[in-house]
Design a protein around this ligand. Structure first.
Ligand SMILES: [Zn+2]
Ligand SMILES: [Zn+2]
Length: 782
């Protein structure tokens, strides 16, 4: 069969399906434990289609998987589905109008499961498989399945035994609308204009102090007034007592270096709880706790006249009342940055509640030590994690007041409050469906209805994946973690904490970070700016999967990736060029002995250099440089020069030298195809199968570099220079490139002697004369 026109739309689905059918990427455990390469893949949320970020990191991890496989590793490239969580719940509520509160928890969970199973098949067939990833589809996991939930619950029990999980009354960041605790990482910041209210607070035995606050409605929770200790206006007031209007509590004026003399009046009041600083101050200044908001974000009786009002109503009311009492001075506009719930955009409040915690702050040292041992690609991303660890103030709240998640294997005694933990043999268990008696007092127990944060599932993916190994390694679970920059403070952080606490091993040894996908305008893609948002599927439809993957591969790991049609056009041209090289080479066969010429030696030498460089770049995770190196070589050395240098031999009568050219060409093209195969798996597979062997290029070995000889590199540059001068001469004289020349005289170094024949053949010159001289000079006669 001969290669026809390049038709990616035909060959891509063909190979994608064949790889799955043939189980091309099936993993078998290597006898040598060091030769297994396990990828802790980011499991996407399957309640909706894969999003742009999933497409990018899928490609990233696949480039790595294919490369490592060709380097002789047994690569375990699984696929996971991160099924649980608030995102899925809200999606079901919104799109199917089914609510756990109305339908019942059991029915709601069943519905979530059914929808996910349907959509998982949809994603697998229509999105994941066509992307041509080298996945072993027999190695899938679903976090909603009993075996996975069992692992999560077992881990919880172990951690409870080691005091890494505990129950406590703590302030939690709370979304009054989702009615759930929200981890720091699940918040967004919202910038906007607010009002800074200046309020006069009476000082006992004095005239009063004017404080500035954006949250006058929290006044009932005030426990102190802060001023900067060096602030001349207030220095004398430190230690004096203030009587808070309406609720009447007496609080002290204290010096606090965090109080900014430039902000508002320079004096602030401190309420439990406005934000995180407030919580820190409670501990630092040993202040009482006053709780005035309930879980729905309404004021409690403790707030006095605001009882029963919402936050917004409360704010209006207190301002009114203060004005009546002549305590309201004025308001001024202020730029505000508030934390809101990532899901529903409701401002986050802080309330105090019984919650389950994972003791991340106890593990700071261990997390940082593990991070130090990892290879971060790019390296500067490590600081994103370690800074986050350093700044972390609170433990991780792992309980959620939701429904679609892994349940806690826990009951509480109604009589004596004993916490009853499930036996390992019972797992997985939904405590609601099991009746328990208290082992201490024999009283009835009530089930824990809170469920686990979905990161509790996904932070032990590395444990699940490494469980496929028979021979565990002592110092690590998996090799590679590939993930987005935006989830370093969640997925990477929680994974390291959990795995180190549970197994004493880091979850992975290499971290590869991909940046965000940006629209054509260089901004984060948003449905609000539809013109600039181009989703991966559209790119694939317009070009091909190989073009899309090549564009992702051309990005610098860690940097944001901007939609760039210029690069995609360039990539498309390159793939056409590659295909045409294949078609050209296909025409020549070899038979009998062969003889290599200087041009052959030169291109092999250049190839050796390229293999060496590309391999180094791949090892460093800087594959954009590897891709560029290979592409430049294929296009600008191999196609533009070498192929031109051998045409006279290919079409000539001398069989041995013709064979030498054909063999060299095939050898170089093979290495190029192999080095491109992690990036553009389809075109390389097709060309390999048509031109070389009927087996997968992806199971072949990565090329090994031979020795690079400097003198050959110099000779190659000389050849290229003379040939391009000759071509330029023909263009200037309006001759065709194939036109014959009568004589070329070259003055230059002594090695010129060696390239006489190539020059004569390539430029079609009757005679080539050489003279030795310091400077390169070329004289051409028509
Ligand atoms: Zn919310
Ligand atoms: Zn009891």
């Amino acid at each position: 069969m001969s290669l026809g026109k390049y038709k990616p739309k035909k060959i891509e689905p063909k190979w994608a399906d064949k790889w799955v059918k043939d189980k091309t990427y099936k993993w078998t455990e290597h006898k040598d434990p060091e030769k297994n390469y396990l990828i802790d893949v980011p499991p996407p949320y399957p309640y909706q289609d894969l999003h742009a970020g999933n497409f990018v990191n899928s490609t990233y991890q696949d480039i790595m998987a294919r490369y490592k496989r060709m380097r002789g590793y047994s690569v375990l490239h699984p696929w996971g589905w991160d099924c649980h969580g608030l995102g899925a719940e809200l999606y079901i509520q919104k799109n199917f109008n089914i609510f756990a509160e109305k339908a019942g928890v059991k029915r709601f969970r069943e519905f979530c499961r059914e929808h996910l199973l349907k959509n998982i098949e949809n994603i697998r067939t229509n999105q994941a498989i066509p992307l041509g990833m080298s996945i072993d589809w027999d190695k899938q996991y679903w976090t909603m399945n009993p075996d996975y939930m069992k692992m999560v619950q077992e881990s919880f029990i172990k951690m409870h035994g080691k005091d890494y999980v505990y129950r406590g009354k703590h302030p939690v960041t709370w979304c009054p609308s989702c009615h759930s605790a929200i981890a720091e990482a699940q918040m967004d910041r919202k910038e906007g204009k607010g009002k800074l209210h200046h309020i006069k607070l009476p000082i006992i035995g004095g005239r009063g102090i004017t404080i500035a606050t954006t949250r006058p409605e929290l006044m009932a929770a005030c426990v102190a007034v802060f001023v900067h200790p060096e602030d001349k206006r207030y220095k004398d007031l430190i230690g004096k007592k203030v009587k808070i209007p309406f609720t009447g509590q007496v609080v002290k004026i204290k010096g606090n270096e965090d109080a900014d003399p430039e902000f508002g009046t320079g004096a602030v009041y401190h309420c439990t709880f406005g934000d995180k600083d407030d919580w820190r101050w409670v501990a630092e200044y040993d202040l009482p706790i006053r709780i005035i908001l309930d879980e729905s974000g309404r004021f409690t009786k403790k707030s006095g006249l605001l009882a029963g009002l919402s936050i917004k109503q409360g704010r209006e009311r207190i301002v009114e009342e203060l004005k009546k009492k002549d305590l309201y001075v004025k308001s001024e506009p202020v730029e505000q940055s508030i934390k809101v719930c990532e899901r529903c955009k409701t401002p986050i409040e802080i309330i105090v509640k019984d919650q389950w915690y994972f003791a991340t702050t106890k593990l700071k040292k261990e997390i940082k030590e593990a991070a130090d041992k990892m290879k971060w690609m790019p390296s500067f991303m490590k600081a994103r994690l370690t800074n986050w660890v350093d700044d972390a103030l609170w433990d991780w709240v792992i309980s959620r007041q939701r429904y679609w998640a892994t349940p806690f294997p826990v009951w509480y005694c109604r009589e004596c409050n004993e916490i009853i933990i499930a036996d390992k043999k019972e797992l997985p268990v939904d405590p609601v469906s099991v009746k328990k008696k208290c082992p201490k007092c024999g009283g009835d127990a009530k089930p824990e209805k809170d469920v686990m944060d979905t990161w509790m599932d996904s932070s032990i993916t590395a444990i699940y994946v490494s469980n496929w190994l028979k021979n565990q390694r002592k110092d690590r679970l998996c090799e590679l973690r590939d993930q987005g920059e935006d989830i370093i403070k969640t997925w990477a952080y929680y994974s390291i904490a959990r795995c180190v606490a549970e197994t004493g091993k880091p979850p992975f040894t290499e971290v590869l970070i991909n940046g965000m996908l940006l629209g054509t305008d260089g901004k984060k893609m948003s449905k609000r700016r539809p013109k600039a948002a181009v989703y991966p599927q559209e790119i694939i439809d317009k070009y091909s999967v190989d073009v899309y993957r090549q564009w992702v591969g051309a990005s610098n790991p860690g940097d944001a990736i901007q939609i760039d049609f210029k690069e995609m056009d360039h990539g498309k041209k390159f793939l056409n060029k590659l295909w045409n090289l294949g078609r050209f080479i296909e025409r020549f066969k070899t038979k009998g002995k062969s003889k290599e010429e200087v041009s052959d030696e030169w291109i092999i030498n250049s190839l050796n250099k390229v293999v060496k460089e590309a391999t180094e770049f791949m090892e460093q995770g800087r594959w954009n440089n590897a891709l560029k190196t290979v592409r430049d070589f294929a296009w600008h050395e191999f196609a533009d020069y070498y192929i031109e240098m051998i045409k006279y031999r290919l079409y000539g009568d001398e069989v041995r030298t013709k064979n030498g050219a054909v063999k060299t060409t095939r050898k170089v093209l093979l290495a190029i195809l192999k080095m491109l195969s992690p990036f553009t798996p389809f075109i390389t597979e097709e060309l390999y199968n048509e031109l070389y062997k009927h087996e997968s290029i992806h199971l072949s070995q990565w090329p090994r570099p031979g020795k690079v000889k400097k003198d050959l590199t110099g000779l190659g540059e000389l050849m290229k220079e003379v040939i391009s001068e000759g071509r330029q001469y023909k263009v200037n004289n309006q001759m065709s490139l194939g036109a014959e020349l009568s004589e070329i005289t070259i003055t230059g170094p002594r090695e010129l002697e060696k390239i006489k024949e190539v020059i004569a053949g390539t430029l079609r010159a009757d005679k080539v004369k050489t003279k030795s001289g310091k400077e390169l000079k070329i004289k051409i006669k028509k």
